[in-house]
Design a protein around this ligand. Structure first.
Ligand SMILES: [Zn+2]
Length: 970
């Protein structure tokens, strides 16, 4: 064993530069020499002893991390936290993590902490820089060099060489994005200390040539909530998750989706992006916990072809280096390939690849707490072994309805205990796994990545520059030369949002100073122009183009489409005409644009055109004390057309004007009320219902309603069981949740103990966004009965996505059937056409086309019976089925209706209902098969939900026509 370690330690250093090689490698960990102003550096024997004890097998550690210097005057993690990193049953709250980094920064010139924003709950968001004294002293200069390389227009190739000679790469590491993946945020503290204090040849080389930056915890609110939960419940568990429930929330709104937040809606993600665009780290590396024992991302297929081919060489090079080094240290279970692909650009660290840098990702074995747990892998021969036994590796996944990041794993080949070309030394058998093992693996991996970076710092910088330059040149050479987003679109507020989302990612947008004539058409002055001869030209194309999935036989980890124009229902014109590159434009210099609304004319009645702006609902709520009505038919005033659904407002014209202008709407003051039928836009007493076991999709709807200033009450089974829902609410919204009606009703299984989610003096982060004495058991059948009473007595129940199984399966909408797609069907978030069948229905106020793009959400296949016993005759009637009156929108289905991304088996959804408005008793149930409020992304659909809220008591049922059973065609 001793021999193995010594050899490994030697090997660890063979990759060092030759001059370094001469300086006493073998003595690396036992005879550290003076470090700058620091006097003698000795290793801490207490650390070595503790770590050896906590490491459950000798091969689960490397010579890079089995020691730690002890330096007078510089606090180690133990000096501040009271224990070494990786002590079983110890997790650190965020305030203590910050306390540690700040203490470290105060003690050494090699560490600097900068604050970059605040979390939703007010915690400081920081980036910690670690590097040599000189690097940290001259951080601004190094930032400047990277900014030059990021924008090749600022340098010639010759000058770039000079910049590269002076520059150092920033390697950014991030932990705690997923709050149940607790280990990396602990490890990073030890890493920072080691990088600042250790005097080994390897660490010196890293310190001299690389600047390391760290996000200690990407979601600090979720960190603290998860740590509370661990100390309340997890710490007493012996094997696996015996309570059967995780903490109901991580961040304020989302769980794992902070890694899918493609439009950077969450403040934590946005702050990091803003920081990124200031500092341009060529590498960003997210540290997760969802695979055995360490998976290192290599950017496998399906790959986004817009990204630079160089990147697809860099990614496996680094991953293979880590795999070979760690395998050399004897650490089993290090592998690459076979998990996450390189298709969706929405993962957090993808901000780097999107801006010509490099995304990196680990999945390290770990749990949501710090208990040591048993693991059972396949047989030790590694042939035909199947399945990973023992507790789920991630410990996350609660609130998502899926096992953590593994939800859409693309592994496909064998198990993690099987040897494969990408997994040369699998972990096998049965063993205990401790949080120190997690630290050992994570820190060894990261140090190895930094070793590689310090070995080739100039190559990494050169690649960053060349990728940035290529991005501009590709834009000049490729077929797509740019995009025009025409001015004068019906609703410019969604255009404004689209432009601002491009701008926040650093994409350059200009406004045409005159009318634009291109092969593709003529566009008015003021149109927005995105030219592709800019550094972020590849990103602009990625976001704006239609996604053509490269191989339908491949599975992917997240969505297959995100086309911004389709998601926003805004016109975006792809331009091949190279003249677009030479158009005179006025560059938008501000971070955001604001297109002011207009109020013209004079009179005491003000009409506000409903052209589909999501801001209409904000206007209504801002003017909640005024009388606002909706026009049921289109009318005109002067040259302004007011479509059905337009607001007619009486009173306080000055206030209306202010809000109309702020919200970018079009209004005219009328001499008298328009001669069309009107209905009052009463505001419903609105509740959002949430189960306890799956709160993320609800979180996205809460987020959207909060952003658009729509007040609601968030209710749980506790409120439902109290009864008299109708006494308190007019509309209850069930966002996508549960995955099935049964799960929505029965939710988290009770395993004998109540599980409370409540605030206490000890656990201040629990009991937020809802509170419960026992989150298990669901609302049960008594809750179903209360929902039925609510609807029958006049309430409106609205269900989105998979929540629409609930009214169909539990008889609240007895005529509606909800089926599932076949096992062959595969539709990871494509955008498809939907056909509006009842354009006069208030849900479609503001929509002017019959066919609209919608994101397919894998909700139920809905159909509505129309009076004939569906079981009488199993065969569908000949010819196309009649469409029941209550079906408002449907999916035409078929491959030609897929507008972006992948839908395998597109005929399965043919003529299935997309929205059903089903009267029931005095009330009604409105079922959306899709999700009109998805991840701050499908803004074009938001209005279907918002219109439902605003017109909740204005839906009219047409008399049912006699018809036969509606059996959807296949
Ligand atoms: Zn994760």
């Amino acid at each position: 064993m001793f021999l193995r370690k010594s050899l490994a330690r030697l090997f660890a250093c063979l990759f060092l530069l030759v001059p370094v090689l001469g300086s006493g490698i073998l003595a690396q960990s036992t005879a550290n020499k003076a470090v700058g102003s620091i006097s003698a550096v000795q290793d801490d024997p207490d650390f070595a002893r503790a770590v050896k004890e906590w490491t459950t097998r000798p091969e689960f550690i490397s010579p890079l991390v089995d020691h730690l210097p002890k330096v007078a005057g510089i606090p180690s993690p133990k000096d501040v936290l009271g224990h070494h990193i990786g002590e079983p049953k110890k997790l650190t709250y965020y305030a203590d993590i910050l306390k540690y980094y700040r203490a470290l920064a105060a003690a050494t010139p090699r560490v600097k902490v900068v604050t970059i924003g605040k979390s939703h709950e007010g915690r400081d968001l920081v980036v910690v820089f670690v590097g040599g004294d000189e690097s940290i002293r001259n951080l601004e200069a190094y930032r400047g060099y990277l900014a030059q390389l990021a924008d090749p227009r600022t340098v010639t190739d010759v000058q770039a060489k000079d910049v590269i000679a002076k520059a150092k790469p920033i390697y950014h590491l991030s932990g705690g994005l997923h709050s149940g993946e607790v280990g990396p945020s602990e490890m990073l503290m030890e890493l920072a200390y080691r990088l600042a204090t250790e005097d080994s040849a390897l660490i010196r080389q890293i310190r001299d040539t690389v600047i390391v930056s760290i996000t200690p915890v990407a979601d600090p609110d979720g960190r603290d909530r998860n740590v509370d939960w661990y100390y309340k419940y997890g710490i007493n568990e012996t094997e696996g998750r015996t309570t059967g429930a995780g903490v109901p929330y991580w961040g304020k709104y989302v769980f794992h989706d902070d890694n899918r937040d493609i439009n950077y809606s969450q403040v934590e993600m946005r702050a990091l992006l803003d920081w990124y665009l200031q500092w341009h780290p060529p590498i960003m590396h997210d540290l997760h916990q969802a695979q055995t024992l360490l998976y290192t991302f290599s950017g496998q297929a399906p790959q986004n072809p817009n990204l630079d081919p160089i990147l697809y060489g860099e990614l496996p090079a680094m991953a293979n280096f880590e795999m070979s080094q760690m395998t050399k240290y004897g650490m089993p279970g290090v592998w690459t390939h076979g998990f996450v692909d390189m298709w969706s650009p929405g993962y957090l660290a993808f901000m780097s690849s999107n801006h010509n840098g490099m995304i990196r990702m680990y999945e390290i074995q770990g749990f949501s707490g710090a208990n040591t747990q048993k693991m059972r892998l396949g047989n030790p021969n590694g042939t035909g072994a199947n399945g990973v036994g023992g507790p789920a590796p991630a410990g996350g996944g609660r609130g998502t309805g899926a096992p953590a990041d593994a939800a859409a794993a693309v592994a496909g080949r064998g198990s993690q205990a099987t040897r494969d070309w990408f997994r040369p030394l699998p972990a096998t058998g049965e063993f205990d796994w401790s949080i120190r093992n997690n630290t050992n693996y994570g820190e060894t991996g990261v140090l190895t990545a930094l070793q590689y970076t310090s070995q080739f710092p100039k190559i990494i910088l050169e690649n960053f520059y060349v990728k940035s330059r290529n991005s501009m040149e590709t834009g000049r050479k490729e077929t797509v030369a740019g995009y025009v987003i025409p001015a004068g679109q019906r609703d410019m507020t969604r255009v404004e949002r689209l432009i601002n989302l491009l701008r926040l990612q650093g994409i350059e947008v200009g406004r045409a100073s005159a009318e634009v004539k291109l092969t593709e058409g003529t566009f008015p002055a003021g149109s927005f122009i995105v030219k592709r001869d800019q550094p972020y030209s590849r990103l602009a194309k990625t976001l704006l183009e239609k996604q053509v999935y490269p191989d339908p036989s491949l599975r992917t980890y997240d969505d297959t489409s995100w086309t911004m124009g389709l998601m926003s229902h805004a016109e975006v014109k792809e331009i091949a005409d190279k003249k677009v590159l030479d158009l005179a434009v006025e560059p938008i210099k501000t971070a955001e644009i604001h297109l002011a609304g207009t109020l013209s004319g004079s009179g005491s009645t003000i009409a506000v055109a409903h052209n589909g702006s999501n801001n209409m609902i904000t206007l209504r709520y801002r003017l909640k004390d005024l009388t606002v009505q909706a026009a049921e038919k289109e009318f005109k005033q002067g040259d302004v057309t007011f479509p059905a659904g337009s607001f007619v407002i009486n009173g306080d014209g000055a206030r209306v004007r202010t809000e109309v202008e702020k919200l970018g709407l079009t209004a005219v003051a009328l001499p008298s009320a328009p001669q069309v039928p009107l209905h009052a836009l009463d505001l419903p007493r609105l509740a959002i219902y949430s189960i306890w076991g799956n709160t993320q999709e609800i979180g996205w709807v809460r987020y959207a309603l909060d952003r658009f200033e729509v007040p609601y009450e968030l209710i749980f089974k506790e409120r439902v069981k109290k009864g008299d829902l109708r006494g308190s609410y007019d509309l209850i919204l069930l966002p996508n949740q549960g995955g099935s009606g049964k799960r929505l009703v029965f939710d988290i299984e009770n395993r004998g103990q109540p599980i409370a989610y409540k605030k206490s003096d000890q656990f201040k982060n629990l009991g937020m966004y809802g509170e419960s004495d026992d989150i298990t058991g669901g609302m049960g059948l008594e809750g179903v009965a209360e929902f039925e009473k609510f609807v029958k007595s006049g309430g409106v129940l609205v269900t989105l996505g998979t929540a629409s199984y609930f009214p169909a399966e539990f008889g609240l909408a007895p005529k509606v059937d909800a089926a599932r797609t076949s096992a062959q069907f595969y539709a990871p978030g494509p955008i498809v056409n939907a056909e509006i069948l009842k354009p006069e229905h208030p849900i479609f106020y503001g929509y002017d086309k019959k066919m609209v793009p919608v994101r397919y959400a894998n909700g139920p296949l809905l159909s509505v019976q129309t009076g004939v016993n569906p079981f009488a005759d199993g065969l569908p009637p000949p010819g196309p089925p009649p469409t029941p009156q209550s079906v408002l929108m449907r999916y035409p289905g078929g491959d030609d209706q897929v507008l972006s991304g992948l839908m395998r088996g597109a005929t399965e959804i043919r003529n299935r209902a997309a929205i059903v408005d089903e009267p029931s008793g005095k009330g009604r149930v409105i079922l959306f098969a899709g999700n009109p409020c998805y991840r701050w992304q499908n803004f074009g659909e938001f209005n279907m939900l918002f219109n439902t809220v605003l017109n909740f008591n204005d839906f009219k049922s047409e008399p049912a026509k006699p018809a036969t059973t509606d059996t959807p065609a296949r």
